[in-house]
Design a protein around this ligand. Structure first.
Ligand code: HEC
Ligand code: HEC
Length: 401
């Protein structure tokens, strides 16, 4: 917490942080694209980053936050569960789980980047490119399937997949377990977590227990919906478009802004022919090109976007939806084109940026926004929208902006 620092100083430093973060996203994207193509050309010279553990206790508390309901599914506070989570946290940042000990889970799921990366496809061992863009890892406790095509039914099943995946960590699970068993410190940590010897089950239980505690909620949008905070007029307009002509809510619904279903938006389709997507898991031809609806929380930190990282900015994403996605034989019927002005594109982007802040964080340019908020909104949402401060409806959606 920022404690007793004067408000003006806090706002100033936030603006600097936001500016630096935005600047570095762009720089990193360029750098990582270069690194990736170099890695491919030089047969794997590029090395993935190894982020350090800078998480605070609040980051890993696993507590339900505003907008997420009353409980976080599967999170317990027994001493054993806490010991498992501590072990999982240690494993998450440790390159010991990769073949050549150069890649940790955090290499592709960096806490500073919304537990994703800013690479189109992140680098695995030997500078290999992953098959897809890495998704963020918070709020997985609310997920009902995992990875882009949902081939992992549980978090426990998912967390060991990257260890063996040839393009990610490339280490056979038996070797991973043997390494951990040969390490006295890890043996003690596994014993404290209730496993007499490290094995695959206790390894996956620890990683899953840690991931379930990474919870993100209480954004300015959640505060606004609970009548506990304000949005700028632009953000309110963005929320209105999200819930009306943009039809975003039809798929990005629920506490994690995902319906946990699979949809064909046309991403990855070539000349009208979709990728396999969910079809590879279900064998159902109507699932061709369908991918899991991702969360939109913290989305401003995780550019580029979509399962293949094909859209570089949030503005590109919004324009992609406005033109109705990419035509193909299985396009989801919810993907209809809609008219959108440049101001409305900016409003939707502002909304997505607000979803990427903590509720107590001011937006970039906060001083102006605060002033604007004390006035009645000038760029008023459409006249059909009733006055704000309506109570959230049963399913948590607000009808008024
Ligand atoms: C080399 C990069 C890389 C490494 C290392 C890596 N991941 Fe991933 N992770 C990915 C990619 C790419 C995906 C998406 C895979 C897909 O959909 O096919 C993913 C997906 C996931 C998902 C699913 C998220 C969702 O929204 O469904 C979880 C959970 C996950 N990883 C956890 C881990 C854990 C735990 C580790 C360490 C044991 C790890 N990852 C290591 C790149 C990586
Ligand atoms: C038909 C369901 C559907 C609708 C409608 C929809 N989305 Fe999505 N959204 C998805 C799916 C599915 C993906 C992943 C697509 C892929 O990668 O193949 C996605 C991806 C995204 C992403 C990228 C997230 C990331 O981490 O890469 C953003 C941002 C996004 N949508 C915003 C929106 C906005 C804004 C709207 C409204 C204008 C909208 N979506 C409407 C289903 C939908």
């Amino acid at each position: 917490m920022t404690g007793s620092r004067p408000l003006a100083a806090r706002l100033r430093s936030r603006r600097v942080v936001v500016a630096l973060a935005l600047g570095s996203c762009v720089a990193l994207l360029g750098a990582s694209l270069r690194a990736a193509s170099q890695g491919a050309q030089e047969g794997g010279a590029a090395k993935p980053p190894l982020p350090r553990d800078t998480l605070t206790e609040a980051d890993v508390a696993g507590l339900p936050l505003l907008g997420l309901g009353d409980t976080v599914p599967g999170v317990e506070s027994t001493p054993l569960a806490l010991a498992r989570a501590a072990l999982g946290r240690r494993l998450f940042f440790d390159p010991i789980l990769s073949l050549d000990k150069t890649v940790s889970c955090a290499s592709c799921h960096d806490p500073q980047k919304g537990f994703a990366t800013n690479d189109v496809r992140p680098l695995g061992v030997g500078g290999q490119l992953c098959d897809r863009n890495s998704p963020p890892l918070f709020n997985r406790a609310f997920g009902t399937t995992h990875v882009w095509d949902g081939r992992a039914a549980t978090l426990e099943a998912q967390v060991v997949m990257p260890i063996e995946h040839p393009h990610e960590m490339a280490l056979p699970l038996a070797d991973a377990v043997a390494r951990l068993a040969a390490d006295a410190e890890y043996r003690a940590l596994f014993a404290a977590a209730g496993a007499p010897e490290p094995d695959v089950a206790s390894l996956s239980a620890a990683l899953a227990e840690f991931l379930r505690r990474l919870v993100v909620g209480d954004s300015p949008i959640d505060r606004f919906r609970a009548a506990k905070g304000k949005l700028t007029p632009q953000e309110r307009r963005g929320l209105w478009i999200f819930d009306s002509k943009g039809r975003c809510w039809k798929c990005h619904s629920g506490p994690n802004f995902s319906d946990e279903k699979f949809h064909n938006t046309g991403v990855g389709a070539k000349e009208g022919v979709p990728e396999a997507g969910r079809f590879a898991v279900t064998g159902d031809p109507t699932d061709r090109g369908a991918f899991k609806t991702p969360t939109l929380r913290m989305v401003a930190k995780t550019a580029p976007y979509m399962h293949d990282g094909s859209l570089a900015t949030l503005e590109e994403v919004v324009r992609f939806y406005a033109r109705g996605g990419n035509r193909n034989e299985q396009l989801d019927p919810r993907m209809e084109p809609f008219e959108i002005s440049d101001d409305d594109v900016a409003a939707l982007v502002a909304l997505l940026e607000a979803l990427s802040r903590r509720g107590d964080e001011a937006p970039a340019g906060a001083a102006e926004a605060d002033d604007a908020e004390s006035e009645p909104p000038s760029a008023a949402p459409p006249a059909t929208a009733p006055a704000p401060a309506a109570k959230p409806t049963k399913n948590g959606r607000r009808r008024a902006y």
